[in-house]
Design a protein around this ligand. Structure first.
Ligand SMILES: Nc1ncnc2c1ncn2[C@@H]1O[C@H](COP(=O)(O)OP(=O)(O)OP(=O)(O)O)[C@@H](O)[C@H]1O
Length: 276
């Protein structure tokens, strides 16, 4: 049984028509999404701006409900947020008055883990993301990359089966982004979490994803799923060696080609709307 199933999921939002509140039209953000994600899979979603990527993740996180269709997690419909899913956003959403350790512990407070165990677990996960020695720093004393590491540690600490990541590295400089990509791959390999990751970056998608789901421009649909595999050298094959390989370039080109038409279509739609 697949871990996550989107069954013909549509999401519409009422459009804002201030003059005539009765005559509100519906705006379709996602239209008939069918998607299956296996346990332990790393799936990256790419698509033009505004195609509904964040909406898809919010639905899976239970932060919003589908207008029609169903989302199943381990065969059961998602009806709201839960500790079985950890969410990491682009902005770190850390508590500024708590230390790195305190922020990771905060994620555990809702789970009923006893205090002493919370501290030990928080230390363990800060270590997993390479932040040993930084436990007592407050967010303002940490770099952007470190803050995002704390956010990842916080989400992992309560041991969710599924990690949902919405452009988590978008605000970071290129080098920090690449080192966090390496760490995330390592964490995924070590923990076996199911990861759904959203990005605008084609290279990031190919580097991280076992599958890259390319979405169409509005309304968002799944256009194609590209399975990514780097063959026998597989998991140990990381960093620059992987990024500069011919296989990597091939996948990059394949995803770029799929996206290219969609981005052009999205830009055309924007132009048409601007002239109305
Ligand atoms: N709560 C809401 N009310 C009305 N419209 C919304 C709401 N949330 C999202 N939308 C619209 O739905 C569409 C999809 O938004 P979403 O944020 O999911 O896209 P996205 O692919 O994540 O975009 P980006 O890549 O720019 O972050 C957009 O046109 C957005 O304006």
């Amino acid at each position: 049984m697949a871990k996550i199933v989107f069954e013909d999921v549509t999401k519409t939002f009422p459009t804002k028509d201030r003059k005539n509140k009765r005559n509100r039209e519906q705006f379709t953000a996602l239209d008939g999404i069918d998607l299956e994600i296996g346990a332990g899979e790393f799936v990256v979603v790419v698509g033009p701006s505004g195609c509904g990527k964040s909406t898809l993740l919010d639905l899976l996180g239970g932060l919003t409900r589908p207008t029609s269709g169903r989302i199943l997690l381990d065969g059961k419909p998602v009806t709201g947020p839960g500790l079985d899913r950890g969410i990491v956003f682009q902005q770190y959403a850390l508590l500024p008055w708590r230390t790195a350790l305190g922020n990771v512990e905060f994620g555990l407070e809702a789970t009923g883990v006893p205090r002493r165990e919370r501290t030990a677990r928080a230390r363990e996960f800060l270590d997993l993301v390479g932040l040993t020695g930084f436990e007592d720093r407050h967010p303002h004393e940490l770099s952007g990359g470190m803050r995002q590491r704390v956010a990842i540690a916080r989400s992992l600490a309560y041991d969710p089966d599924v990690l949902l990541m919405d452009e988590p590295f978008a605000a970071l400089d290129a080098q920090t982004r690449e080192s966090l990509q390496d760490e995330l791959r390592r964490i995924w390999q070590r923990t076996g979490k199911t990861i759904v990751f959203i990005t605008h970056g084609i290279e990031e998608a190919v580097y991280l994803g076992q599958k890259v789901a390319v979405m169409t421009s509005r309304p968002g649909r799944v256009k194609e799923i590209v399975p990514v595999s780097f063959g026998a050298r597989g998991d140990g094959f990381l960093g620059e060696e992987l990024r500069s390989s011919p296989e990597f370039a091939r996948y990059r080109h394949e995803v770029w080609t799929l996206l290219h038409d969609e981005v052009a279509r999205a830009q055309q739609l924007e132009k048409e709307e601007a002239t109305v």
